[in-house]
Design a protein around this ligand. Structure first.
Ligand code: ARG
Length: 469
């Protein structure tokens, strides 16, 4: 280890720099450099505030701003030289600024990397949530289009993966839509929680200097609906808190659970056993060995990525658990899982949109599956209820009818009325009308049910929601 005094920003009390191995181990610039635009926005706002309260001159502020703008430009053009010896994005940018602008030595006045990184990440979360909301909207629009194209199609709905009751395909697709809508709202909530400015919390205990936290918050857009600045209320919590990281990763993981379930439905539906849907070639792959294969890879990867999103959430929960207040270097490990969750969620939403967009449903196969009269066994029990039979007895009677159909190997709706009436006298000559699919669905007219009037309402609702933005 070199015995020269360290050149890093905190090197004053050190007689020697860190070991090469330690530099390699502790650097974060390889992954936190993507925070540069937020870091620079934070530094510009901070220096504007320092000038506002008279801690630096306006000329110094302007020089700092011009220097930071030039650095951002270089970064965006890929010309900036990142140095892992300078640890992180914050020190890289500050050192580069120091080389150009003497006033840079004043930029870190009344600021610590602890409140700085908290600010960068809050700006990142606000940005990321907006991006993901847009991408979720994209998947929802693709979904609405599939529903629209196949608006009249019926399929069996399943419980326990056994045929349960008939529904419009659109009703099933709109169930996915609801899941995605909650994800959209959830990212909106995370962005709202992110909307509090940490700057001014310093390392842990603020500063003795006369700063104006509200000014900085306003410049950075940490404001409420009325434009009033929102600043965090406890300096220690501000630098220790990682709730947002967990919330963001949880929103991504929940989205992951949703897309995984959607993907699983599609994998099943595209199998030869179901054959309800043909997935787009552009999102499938073949087998290197079996020439006939068309594998639903995009769906399988959507299902697989959800494991990764859950893993990231778990990493963050474990990272924060048991840490003494306030900042600990462990917390540097909070960024890779967050960035990974963001990147994977973004691409998953796009791939979902692409996969949905290219799907072709098979009307014949869906019609065949939904024609199974047993799907209306519950409706038959409801028929008896309307004739005054208590539901438990009705359920039992229909069970006996189903058993009879199975035993005699006759479709339930083809059983002779006399036989059926022997099971329960409330079965009248009109009992087979229950098996008219159109009539059966029309009766499911209450809010949230799969009847045609309701599905139509939901089409109107989604068209309004998705057309608005
Ligand atoms: N790279 C650091 C991180 O991400 C920045 C904060 C460093 N603070 C400190 N006290 N060493 O956590």
């Amino acid at each position: 280890m070199a015995k020269k005094s360290s050149h890093v920003t905190w090197g004053g009390r050190f007689s020697a720099g860190p070991a090469e191995l330690m530099l390699q181990f502790s650097e974060s610039v390889s992954f936190d450099r993507r925070l540069a635009p937020f870091d620079i926005a934070g530094s510009k706002a901070h220096s504007a505030m320092l000038a506002h309260v008279g801690l630096i001159t306006k000329a110094e502020r302007d020089a700092i701003h011009a220097g930071l703008d030039a650095i951002l430009e270089e970064i965006q053009q890929g010309k900036f030289e990142w140095d892992t010896k300078l640890e992180d994005v914050h020190m890289n940018i500050e050192q580069a600024l120091t080389k150009r602008v003497p006033a840079a030595a004043k930029l870190h006045t009344a600021r610590s990397r602890n409140d700085q990184v908290a600010t960068d990440m809050r700006l990142f979360f606000k940005h990321a949530c907006g991006v993901l909301q847009q991408k979720i909207r994209g998947a929802q629009r693709a979904l609405l289009e599939v529903a629209d194209t196949n608006a009249q199609m019926l399929i069996p709905g399943y419980t326990h993966l056994q045929r349960a009751q008939p529904v419009y395909l659109a009703h099933h697709l709109f169930a996915w839509m609801e899941m995605l809508e909650r994800d959209h709202a959830r990212f909106g909530e995370v962005a709202t929680h992110a909307n509090w400015c940490p700057l001014g919390a310093g390392a842990i205990a603020g500063t003795t200097l006369p700063i104006d936290r509200e000014f900085t918050a306003t410049v950075l857009g940490f404001v409420d609906a009325k434009g009033r600045p929102q600043v965090t209320q406890n300096s220690m919590d501000t630098v220790a808190d990682r709730d947002l990281f967990i919330e963001f990763a949880a929103a991504c993981a929940t989205f992951g659970v949703h897309i995984s379930r959607i993907a699983e439905d599609l994998i099943l539906w595209s199998s030869a056993e179901f054959k309800f849907v043909d997935l787009p070639d552009a999102f499938c792959t073949g087998s290197s060995l079996m020439p006939q294969k068309k594998n639903p890879d995009s769906c399988e990867l959507l299902r697989g990525k959800s494991a990764r999103l859950q893993g990231n959430l778990h990493t963050l929960l474990t990272l924060a658990k048991g840490l003494p207040l306030t900042y600990n270097r462990d917390l540097q490990e909070d960024k890779p899982p967050v960035f990974d969750s963001f990147d994977q969620t973004a691409i998953c939403a796009d791939v979902l949109a692409g996969t949905l967009g290219g799907m072709r449903f098979n009307p014949a196969r869906c019609a065949e599956a939904v024609a199974d009269p047993l799907l209306l066994a519950t409706d038959l029990a409801d028929y008896l209820v309307l004739k005054g039979v208590p539901f438990r007895d009705a359920h039992h009677a229909v069970g006996a009818v189903v058993r009879l159909a199975e035993k005699t190997n006759v479709e339930i709706n083809k059983l002779p009325t006399e036989e059926v009436a022997k099971i329960n006298p409330a079965f009248g000559s009109d009992w087979v009308e229950v098996f008219d699919l159109g009539r059966a669905l029309a009766k499911r007219a209450g809010t949230g049910m799969p009847g045609p009037a309701q599905v139509k309402k939901q089409f109107a609702r989604w068209k309004k929601i998705l057309g608005e933005e």
